[in-house]
Design a protein around this ligand. Structure first.
Ligand code: WTA
Length: 652
């Protein structure tokens, strides 16, 4: 008998997907009634709710108070002492998981390593001892600039273990970006690698660090992991190979308890100015937040094999590679390289080989896989998967459906998780065992999250009316500050409505309360899931000797989500050649990093400005999106500029 053709699923915005009975039965949260009960408790009695969750972790001294809140300053678990690293590593050895794989790592060239919890404890302890031997003390800042090797995670955990504050800089960022972060953080040490593998080639990380350290006065130590074996310069008295640094170090180290509000890390992220913000997270609350979100949203259990494809240079890699999965004692996969190296099936071959059960990736990657073709997926057995997740940007229904059917085989719920560097952990997401899922919505708030959509006056928007996404109550993994800048912290996040956190995203709720993220309200772009400030790109452009002025806007892009379009006015007498466009592109790459290289540059004799001299980005956005400007241009200082721009856009 011919096989019955599988009916294609047709979806519209009302189609709901429910987890199977089997999934719900085994899930940590099994029904909407249970979710509602727990959510109500987390909002009405946060002290009761969070104390119960926190008790599952190890505290060297218990807290006196769960929450101390004087907006916009929160103290969680005051009076408590704990060590986050001890919770990620030692606790599991004590509980009998010593020989369980903590990290299964695959390098891009195909080399493999399995690190058990016991080995991780030894490796982290030795490295912690090495950091101490280098004179690194609690609250010292340490920059980590590494590829995706287990040593990146070990370095982060070792910092946490000794109370030093790590600040990971994404390996794709340039020497100048490292320098900015070194200057702002006044770091005393840098941990890096000779290089990393990327699409068969190597990225020269140590050389970038050398460049960034020119003229630096605070860094005393640079520890270098040997990974690719390229030539590097080692500065005597400052630079040390990783293996030499740990050679004489004992493999044991007693984890000291630190205050719950002890700083854990600073992670720089883009905002609406040219200067990245150092988002500060602290130990106790962040630990509880990442632990709980993994437990409930990823439904993590003892036998799960979790794989988050992010880079440790981003918040997703912090919360869902280094901390959350290890706090839950699961086995996780870590992969060094590009998703399409040597072929587009690399991810699917890794899932098959290691039996990944929970897979967490970005919509931009999903769209790239769709374009690469189904044949790369078809040759792999993905039946070990039980749960899928997405993060970083809205997922379009077509990509959602492909992910659901082709990767999840129609049996895996998808958790579309909304959150930010600032929130530390997932804030809005389905719970996979109970929430009815609709493609394109992150659905409902997580426990302890009081999310609302407000209009300019601070009233809640009616269903389906977009407004500003806010969080009305503090949550454990919230940022505590912008490093050394309380004023900017308060102005950026807590000033639109008193005592309320403004996320910077536009959103709407449907009648059932499902939250749809519309996109950023500030001048922040989301390029392939990476956050990038238009002001950063603009200031890198004007730092070039030929550029007088620049305006940067995002243009919707099929795969990247958004692409970077620049309007550039050159200094008088400079010729607007294609060679100069190329030079400017490379210049931005050099100043910020390859991820910020513009997709298009348009030269223009002038930019559209208001009479008070403000660039009217709204018009530029409309222009790149539709090719013309229809909106109100009466406030323009010189309306002829628009005609010129329209013509120049049509010509390119
Ligand atoms: C966007 C990444 C829609 C959003 C974890 C947010 C999303 C910014 C989603 C934070 C999602 C993140 N749906 N948009 N599920 N998740 N975003 O700090 O605009 O790199 O403000 O943190 O990404 O980016 P960040």
């Amino acid at each position: 008998m011919p096989k019955k053709a599988k009916k294609a699923i047709e979806i519209d915005e009302n189609t709901e997907f429910k987890p199977s009975k089997e999934f719900s039965k085994n899930a940590r949260v099994k029904s909407m009634a249970q979710y509602k009960r727990m959510h109500a408790e987390s909002i009405d009695k946060p002290n009761v709710f969070w104390a119960r969750e926190a008790k599952e972790l190890k505290w060297q001294k218990k807290w006196d108070k769960v929450l101390d809140w004087k907006a916009p300053n929160a103290k969680w678990f005051s009076g408590a002492k704990l060590n986050v690293c001890e919770n990620c590593v030692d606790r599991h050895v004590e509980e009998g998981r010593g020989n369980k794989a903590a990290i299964i790592w695959e390098g891009e060239p195909g080399d493999k390593r399995v690190i058990t919890y016991r080995q991780l404890l030894r490796d982290v302890s030795r490295f912690a001892n090495a950091l101490i031997a280098e004179g690194i003390k609690p609250k010292d800042n340490v920059i980590i600039y590494m590829p995706m090797t287990p040593e990146a995670t070990i370095a982060m955990l070792a910092c946490a273990r000794i109370g030093a504050v790590h600040s990971v800089v994404f390996g794709g960022f340039s020497a100048e970006s490292i320098k900015d972060r070194l200057d702002d953080s006044e770091a005393v040490a840098v941990i890096t690698c000779d290089g990393g593998w990327r699409r068969g080639g190597t990225v020269a990380l140590k050389a970038n660090v050398d460049e960034a350290l020119k003229g630096n006065k605070t860094v005393k130590t640079v520890i270098v992991q040997k990974r690719v074996g390229n030539d590097v310069t080692m500065k005597k008295g400052r630079d040390k190979w990783w293996d030499d640094a740990i050679a004489d170090m004992p493999g044991t180290h007693k984890p000291k308890g630190f205050n719950a509000e002890h700083p854990l890390f600073i992670l720089y992220t883009s905002g609406s100015t040219g200067k990245p913000k150092g988002i500060l997270h602290t130990a106790g609350g962040y630990m509880v937040g990442t632990y709980t979100t993994c437990k409930y949203i990823f439904d993590m259990k003892e036998d799960d094999v979790f794989w988050c494809t992010a880079d440790v240079g981003w918040i997703t890699g912090h919360s869902y590679i280094t901390y959350g999965p290890l706090l839950n004692g699961v086995t996780q996969i870590m992969y060094e390289g590009a998703p399409n190296y040597p072929e587009w099936n690399r991810f699917w071959s890794i899932i098959e080989e290691y039996g990944v059960s929970i897979f967490y990736t970005a919509p931009t990657a999903i769209r790239a896989f769709i374009k690469a073709g189904d044949e790369h997926v078809d040759k792999h057995d993905l039946s070990s998967l039980r749960l899928l997740g997405t993060v970083g940007e809205p997922i379009n229904p077509a990509a959602w459906l492909w992910y659901y059917e082709k990767i999840g085989g129609g049996r895996c719920p998808i958790v579309d998780t909304w959150w930010q560097t600032e929130t530390g952990a997932v804030m809005i997401s389905p719970l996979p065992g109970c929430t009815p899922i609709k493609p394109g919505t992150a659905t409902l708030p997580f426990f302890g999250v009081d999310a609302a959509i407000l209009d300019e006056e601070g009233n809640e928007c009616k269903p389906d009316v977009p407004g500003k996404l806010v969080i009305r109550k503090p949550w454990p993994s919230m940022l505590r500050n912008i490093y050394k800048d309380k004023k900017r912290y308060k102005d950026t996040y807590w000033s639109d409505y008193p005592g309320v956190y403004t996320a910077g995203d536009g959103a709407r709720k449907d009648k059932k309360g499902n939250i749809y993220i519309v996109g950023r309200l500030d001048d922040v772009l989301n390029v392939s899931g990476h956050r990038l400030g238009t002001a950063e790109v603009e200031s890198s452009l004007v730092s070039h000797k030929t550029v007088a002025e620049a305006a940067v806007v995002g243009k919707p892009h099929e795969i990247k989500g958004e692409s970077i379009v620049c309007f550039v006015t050159l200094k008088t007498g400079v010729k607007d050649t294609d060679a100069l466009k190329k030079e400017l592109r490379n210049h931005v790459g050099k100043v910020i990093g390859a991820i910020a290289k513009p997709d298009a540059i348009h030269f223009t004799p002038a930019l559209p400005k208001t009479r008070s001299g403000k660039i009217m980005r709204r018009l530029l956005k409309e222009l790149v999106k539709t090719g013309k400007v229809t909106g109100n241009v009466t406030t323009l200082e010189d309306s002829k500029v628009i005609d010129v721009l329209q013509k120049s856009m049509q010509a390119t």
